[in-house]
Write a protein that binds this ligand. Sequence first.
Ligand SMILES: [Zn+2]
Length: 232
Amino acid sequence: MPFFYYYDPTYILVLIGVVISLWASAKVNSTYQKYSRTRSYSGLTGAEAARRILNSAGIYDVTVEHVRGNLTDHYDPRARVLRLSDSVYGSSSVAAIGVAAHECGHAIQDEESYAPLRIRSALVPVANFGTKAAIPIIILGLFFGSSYTLIQIGLLCFALGTLFQIVTLPVEFNASARAVRILGDSHMLMEEELQQTRKVLSAAALTYVAAALASVLSLLRLFLLFGGRDRD
Ligand SMILES: [Zn+2]
């Protein structure tokens, strides 16, 4: 671990972030488990529902594939593949159809060049670099006699990672809103099932909110620790 993850009063901010993330993760797991056992009236599998949704949106060049793991579902815009996990691909549960529809929401965003998705995609490389480089750059800055410039660059790098987490939020909320609308309009799910799907997708969205919040709190901590240093 980076050496300044030692204990200091601002460490409470990191701990708050950890607690919020753990709570959100437990919440999504329990909600998902519950509605994974609720079979939908339509009897469609996640993969079948995804294919139908994509076709009805006029998207025929996105393939639907199975991917190993749990909650590993995602849409890959480069390969134009929608990958559905073990408990989604072949399952007819309300949770499976909800998650499949959510991923279709991302494919439709891609098709429509939805602005937040574009911004998010553009941020991926910078955010990846920023997240990895932030702490080493700050440490380097501290080594070189608390170099104001290096520390500021390090903080900026970390902020890029935080910005990415924040831009992810409208993308995720919008994909879920599209999913619920499409499932309702197409009558793939009944009203009662839509309510259950909303619960699953809201719980999933909560994990993104928690991640963004944890990132903001960590950024705030770094600013409290290093942001106030005077120009050298
Ligand atoms: Zn998503």
